[in-house]
Design a protein around this ligand. Structure first.
Ligand SMILES: Nc1ncnc2c1ncn2[C@@H]1O[C@H](COP(=O)(O)OP(=O)(O)OP(=O)(O)O)[C@@H](O)[C@H]1O
Ligand SMILES: [Mg+2]
Length: 315
């Protein structure tokens, strides 16, 4: 349509030059990032990076030393009905083990000022409706996590902030969380979840904000981080010079390791053992060794978080 210029997305959560000190300890340092609606955004950083501190500042549980953290452009404390805007699980609520799940949520609802009529809805949402009358002490770790999530959903909030929700979950638990979060954001809601393990939440998130030592190191779609994984191939051939000429047009990096051996490194999608094997066969080149090594997501994460100063790359 003529004249229709796409409007820039407005962030739902925003940190702007956020700094938080605990005495002389600088936990969050000049941190700026944005979280957008309709997406699951991962907040990544190694232990002690400042994730929980930043989340607590966003939720008004801690005051910033300087800078701002806003939700819909306002400080959390300025929101009219904050519990109906942001549902959060920062530290798991201390549900009494002898209390039944539904009764535990009654207490949560009462504390937050929400109607009991919502309890069955949230139990359904987290898949605990059938065990609502069971005592919390009979719940598995994953079920307790879901009960915490149910409490956070009580106010039907459009934003969920979860601190390390995947930590300790088994593969089925992660699968369930992924399905839940995808369905939650599909209607335009926003999720911001922290983790100290990229591989753990790579399948859950759309975007990532990566911090290290309280500072931003990256903000990007998760696909951009995933595309940073590389494949290295150790190739030995009596016709290595010929093979190098065949491989050069693929934009790969070639390092000579020995007289007849090279290390070929390229992006995952660009090069792999099958491709090199086929190219060698097509060109009548004999290979005596072809070994593939992949850099893992954790290698990418370690690379990002171990080298300060900031390496910000574009969205
Ligand atoms: N109340 C506090 N008083 C003093 N220092 C604190 C306090 N809380 C956290 N810190 C320090 O601030 C830094 C950031 O801690 P924070 O808990 O925010 O990190 P994190 O990224 O959530 O780590 P984790 O992955 O282990 O949960 C750490 O060095 C921590 O020791
Ligand atoms: Mg933490």
């Amino acid at each position: 349509m003529p004249g229709s210029v796409p409007k820039p997305a407005i962030p739902v959560i925003e940190a702007n030059h956020l700094t938080k000190r605990y005495g002389s300890k600088l936990a969050v340092h000049d941190l700026s990032f944005q979280v957008y609606g309709g997406k699951v955004t991962g907040f990544l950083g190694p232990n002690g990076a400042g994730k929980t501190t930043a989340l607590k500042v966003i939720l008004g549980l801690l005051s910033p030393s300087s800078g701002t953290a806003t939700v819909y452009g306002q400080e959390y404390k300025q929101l009219d009905t904050p519990l109906a805007v942001v549902g959060a699980v920062i530290e798991n609520p201390p549900f009494h083990p002898a209390r039944k799940a539904r009764d535990s949520l009654k207490i949560s609802a009462a504390c937050m000022g929400f109607s009991y009529t919502r309890i069955d809805e949230v139990l359904n949402l987290v898949g605990l409706y059938d065990v609502a009358k069971s005592r919390v002490k009979t719940f598995s770790f994953g079920m307790r996590q879901r009960l915490s999530l149910a409490a956070a959903l009580m106010g039907n909030p459009p934003i969920l902030i979860l601190d390390e929700p995947a930590n300790g979950l088994d593969p089925q638990g992660i699968h369930w969380l992924r399905q839940f979060l995808r369905s939650y954001v599909s209607g335009g809601n926003t999720v911001f979840i922290s983790s100290h393990v990229l591989a753990e939440i790579a399948q859950l998130v759309d975007d990532v904000v990566v911090i290290s030592q309280g500072r931003l190191v990256a903000q990007a779609p998760v696909g951009e981080l995933l595309s940073r994984t590389t494949t290295s191939l150790r190739v030995t051939s009596p016709q290595i010079d010929k093979l190098v000429k065949v491989l050069e047009p693929f934009g790969v990096n070639i390092e000579v390791l020995a007289q007849q051996t090279v290390l070929v490194t390229g992006k995952d999608e660009g090069i792999n053992a099958l491709k090199v094997g086929q190219l060698a066969a097509d060109n009548g080149i004999v290979l005596s060794e072809l070994v593939e090594q992949r850099s893992s997501l954790e290698d990418v994460f370690l690379d990002l978080t171990s080298s300060l100063p900031t390496k910000r790359f574009s969205q």
